[in-house]
Design a protein around this ligand. Structure first.
Ligand code: PMP
Length: 450
């Protein structure tokens, strides 16, 4: 591809140029898959059809990616994506032969790589192989699926639970199945992409409310509730980009007041919050049935892959028989289910792990704030952002840290708004105090240099 960033520009001009590209709104995720409101711009037939409409290398999103890549290279920023990590990503990780202090993996409790979890997965491979070779509803059901689901339901005090092969698919399939065109999905503005996509696919009206602003949510519900049949409010137990959490008792009150469903995505909060690490419910001491849909992932604290929904028998049964991501997808591989179950059992036996994780995150937050780093609304539970204010600055600081032996990822536009670009530090129960202190010192130096 020919270079579109002219040579000989000063660094500042190049930065401004890239900044402008970033600020231009790329086709937003929400617009994908929507029927075009106007007629397509392309002539209908023949050689005259524009190359953009039949070549992926001419696709505007791809072209913009190339432009940004090229710009970053010209600014001396190396590509941080798809780096091969060797072995287990724990408190440290090896990349291209060098050992790094690792803050870029959500192995919160250190159970990925734990020999006891590995052994459970290996035993299950010996027992049932590596695939169940069918959807569970037909011939893919195995004992390990039910053992895992029962254990998850028990951890919530819920009637039942269903496990999906992907966390992302759990949100998409659950929302798309349960809600429809006469319904409303109202979610925190910082909700994960899987919630947005699930809501879109459902055909329900989708409304975001300002992040964490339950007063606004109450107002919206007061005016909007009556226009819809079912209404679901979706929040995260711990926000994966910001490290803060909602006032769940207040949400429970609003749920009762407005007669809506409440769904909590515990991807980052299960295993990390509460005295027993059992999530935001454990943190606030709430009852299982205060929330209608407890959704979680197995890919973080539980050292595996997949997602789950815990709730009433009626909810779980409906999802098992009707939700597309469950019904039309293969059952979870036995070793994957076994690893998650082993990690959950270890969590029950080792409540000191979430306690250590919480202490590490609190220490990181306090030190970072003392060093003048913008940590946004983080409450210092499992992850702490360092908000740099621009994608270029985020990439630059991440690179400086990488060169100094700390692995942390920049989160740039469009994953977050351009002025909210950041580094995201995931803490682990396995980080040592010295490791946390040294990482924040390195961050502070790079932060003030950039
Ligand atoms: N929900 C949230 C809040 C997440 O952060 C993620 C991914 N990190 C998911 C759902 C999807 O989970 P998974 O990566 O396990 O598919």
């Amino acid at each position: 591809m020919s270079s579109r960033i002219p040579k000989g520009l000063s660094r500042t001009v190049k930065e401004q140029l890239i900044q402008r590209v970033l600020e231009r709104r790329v086709q937003r995720m929400e617009d994908y898959g929507r029927p075009a409101s106007k007629k397509p711009a392309a002539p209908a037939t023949g050689d005259a059809i524009d190359e953009r409409f039949w070549r992926f290398d001419q696709h505007p999103v791809y072209q913009q990616m190339q432009l940004l890549r090229e710009g970053a290279a010209k600014l001396g920023i190396s590509d941080p994506y798809f780096r091969v990590h060797e072995g287990v990503a724990g408190a440290t990780v090896r990349i291209a032969g060098r050992l790094y202090s690792n803050f870029s993996s959500y192995n919160y409790l250190g159970y990925c790589g734990d020999p006891r979890v590995n052994a459970a997965a290996l035993r299950e491979i010996e027992a049932s192989g590596t695939s169940v070779s069918a959807s569970r509803v037909v011939s893919g059901e195995r004992g390990i699926h039910r053992r895992l689901e029962r254990a998850l339901a028990q951890a919530y005090g819920a009637e039942d639970c269903v496990a999906f092969v992907s966390g992302h698919a759990t949100n998409v399939s659950t929302l798309a199945q349960l809600f429809g065109p006469r319904d409303l999905v109202i979610h925190d503005a910082y909700a994960h992409n899987s919630v947005v996509v699930g809501a879109q696919l459902s055909g329900a009206k989708r409304l975001p409310f300002p992040h964490g602003d339950l007063g606004s949510l109450d107002e919206i519900l007061s005016t909007q509730r009556r226009h819809f049949e079912r209404v679901v409010v979706v929040v995260e137990g711990l926000y994966g980009m910001d490290g803060d959490f909602p006032d769940l008792p207040e949400l429970v009150r609003l749920r009762r007041k407005h007669k809506v469903f409440l769904m909590v995505d515990e991807a980052h909060s299960f295993g990390t919050m509460g005295p027993r690490g059992l999530g935001i419910r454990d943190h606030f001491g709430l009852a299982a049935d205060d929330v209608d849909i407890w959704m979680g992932t197995l890919s973080k604290s539980l050292a595996s892959c997949g997602g789950f929904v815990a709730g009433t028998r009626a909810l779980v049964e409906q999802l098992k028989f009707q939700s597309h991501g469950f019904l039309y997808s293969v059952g979870m591989p036995p070793p994957v289910a076994a690893a998650a179950l082993a990690a959950l059992q270890l969590l029950h036996a080792e409540p000191e792990r979430p306690t250590r994780l919480q202490a590490n995150a609190r220490l990181f937050l306090e030190l970072a704030q003392a060093a003048g780093i913008d940590t946004g609304p983080s409450r210092g539970v499992a992850l702490v952002p360092a908000i740099t204010g621009s994608s270029i600055r985020a990439a630059r600081i991440a690179q400086a840290l990488f060169e100094r032996g700390v692995s942390v990822h920049p989160i740039v536009y469009p994953a977050v708004a351009e002025n909210a670009a950041r580094l995201r530090f995931f803490l682990s129960a396995d980080h040592g105090e010295e490791q946390v202190r040294s990482a924040v010192e390195t961050l502070a130096t790079a932060w003030h240099e950039a």
